[in-house]
Write a protein that binds this ligand. Structure first.
Ligand code: FAD
Length: 510
């Protein structure tokens, strides 16, 4: 260690909140800092509770818990989890239309030219096969199958990825068990006051309803929508994006299982928003996300319940949010993660993924007691850009909708951010992708949405003109057949879950 660095090292981390964000941060930081003298305390209030939603993930979650030494099988069993191969969008373009946004790519590139140019050329020549026919992930999801990706798939056609649907409360408990084993101290109490240091306004200590005082060097605000430290105490303002993301309300309800669990999340367009269906092993999670400008709570409740496939097991729970983010995620000695740092909306399941990237960023820019402004500025810049990129991806879904109704018309009519306009313009002009820094979604995901909404470019890569149409038709048919054959040999989702149970039992026995 450099001279003097040891005295400036952070000794006490205090995490405020024990929802998904708080316990993920506690687990990851306790693993990262194991062997050091850093003490981690997490304060949560079982009286206040957690937001209680957040059950669909993207594949990065598997890397997150994998880095903590947890296997897929173990986490799936602990969290009532099923496999998620992608998201099935129903009725977003028009009634009766659907497509899958898979975690994976489409087709086989040829001669260094992206596959979609060949698909578009064949389409222009009258081939009606949907893009999803060239994606293993999409076909698995459509068939209700699931399998593990081959470690060495042999060709691009075999590349796909998967994530989980899980019970958010069980996942937080799983993270908690790990964190407590690693030495994290949990305090169950309500925070009644937050003291700032006179000299520089840094957070100094929390006061609890028991009267106890908890001091720290670094505070991590995972207090949910309230943003107790960053928002309320440090006064970091909120950037409101509701002119781009019109949904600001949700009703969440659990129901009994309705048939075999699909291997994808289903999101169905409704009157003034959309409805999710997330299949778990023992139950299903459902919800309606809607715009309160276009639908009342009562109408939303009625619409949600009318479309449930299984019997509801509770009264729907109301949630209100303002899409947007805190101006900065890190101010002074306080970093916010999860809802305390902002929230866009649940479409595309990005909130937990943003917690993961926030934790990774904090690990790689971990401060000392000097809290160098350069480090803080870098963290904030990366976080802001990443959130804006996710925002643009979500806005795209609304902008391209083809539905009737006042809400959907307003979404089509809205002016979108310039960064999204630039992407759309290049796609339409040339079938190419603009890539910014800190993108969470790859070009394959953007392609899935453009193609799913049938928003197609006017010009293709000129090099595809050299490919003979008859030869192209044969190549595409071979790809489709190869993928169909592969899917036919994979387990159903139900069989896959049994295989994972077997692996979990073996893991416990080992
Ligand atoms: P919370 O769960 O609200 O936890 C806050 C914690 O702070 C609690 O432990 C609480 O007790 C504590 N606390 C607050 N005030 C005090 C106090 N005064 N004293 C002591 N403790 C206090 N994300 C996804 O990735 N996928 C999804 O499918 C998804 N769906 C969603 C659907 C909806 C409708 C909504 C609103 C969100 C969804 N999210 C989803 C987001 C996801 O739920 C959150 O990102 C995730 O649950 C993290 O929440 P959190 O830990 O930040 O906050």
């Amino acid at each position: 260690m450099m001279d003097g660095a040891a005295e400036r090292a952070i000794e006490r981390i205090v995490i405020v909140g024990g929802g998904t964000a708080g316990w993920m941060a506690a687990a990851a930081l306790s693993a990262h800092l194991s062997g050091t003298d850093v003490a981690i305390t997490l304060v949560e209030s079982s009286e206040i509770g957690t937001v209680g939603v957040g059950e669909a993930t993207i594949p990065t979650i598997r890397r997150f818990y994998g880095a903590l030494g947890m296997s897929d099988a173990e986490v799936m069993q602990a969290c009532d989890a099923t496999a998620k191969l992608g998201i099935c969008f129903v009725d977003w373009l028009r009634d009766g239309h659907s497509f899958v946004h898979p975690f994976g790519r489409f087709g086989q590139d040829l001669k260094g030219i992206d596959f979609h140019h060949y698909w578009l050329k064949a389409r222009a020549a009258g081939d009606r096969a949907q893009l999803g026919n060239y994606s293993l992930g999409s076909l698995l999801a459509s068939e209700g199958h699931a399998t593990l990706p081959a470690p060495d798939p042999g060709s691009q056609l075999g590349i796909f990825d998967w994530a989980l649907h899980f019970d958010a409360a069980l996942f937080a408990q799983h993270m908690r068990r790990f964190a407590e084993k690693m030495g994290v101290q949990r305090v169950d109490a309500r925070i009644t006051d937050v003291a700032l240091r006179g000299a520089d306004g840094f957070v100094e200590a929390l006061t609890l309803d028991s009267g106890a005082r908890i001091e720290g060097d670094l505070f991590i605000d995972c207090s949910g929508f309230r943003s107790l430290l960053l928002g309320e105490k440090l006064g970091v303002s909120y950037e409101d994006w509701s002119h781009w993301l019109l949904c600001d309300g949700a009703l969440a309800v659990q129901s009994e299982r309705a048939g075999l669990p699909p291997s994808c999340t289903t999101v169905t367009a409704r009157t003034a928003g959309w409805q999710w269906r997330i299949p778990l092993r023992k139950r299903e999670g459902n919800g309606l996300v809607f715009s309160s400008r276009f639908q009342s709570d009562d109408q939303a409740r009625e619409e949600l319940l009318a479309h449930l496939l299984g019997e509801p097991t509770m009264e729907p729970r109301k949630l209100r949010f303002t899409p947007g983010r805190r101006q900065v995620a890190w101010a002074k000695n306080c970093v916010a993660l999860g809802l305390a740092s902002g929230f866009l909306e649940p479409l595309e399941s990005t909130s937990i993924a943003l917690i993961e990237t926030g934790i990774e960023r904090l690990k790689s820019l971990f401060p000392d007691k000097d809290f160098d402004p350069t480090v803080i500025a870098e963290y904030n810049e990366q976080s802001a850009e990443e959130m804006e990129r996710v925002r643009d991806f979500l806005v795209l879904h609304y902008k391209l909708n083809g539905r009737t109704g006042a809400f959907w018309q307003a979404c089509r009519d809205m002016d979108v951010p310039d960064s999204l306009n630039a992407k759309l313009a290049l796609w339409r002009a040339r079938g190419a992708f603009v890539r910014y820094r800190w993108e969470m979604f790859s070009p394959a995901s953007w392609l899935a949405i453009y193609a799913g909404f049938e928003d197609l470019p006017t010009r293709l890569d000129p090099a595809v003109a050299a490919v003979d149409n008859a030869q192209l038709t044969r190549s595409l048919e071979t790809m489709r057949r190869s993928l169909r054959d592969t899917v036919a040999d994979t387990p159903t989702h139900e069989e896959f879950l049994e295989i994972m149970d077997g692996a979990a039992a073996q893991g416990r026995a080992a």
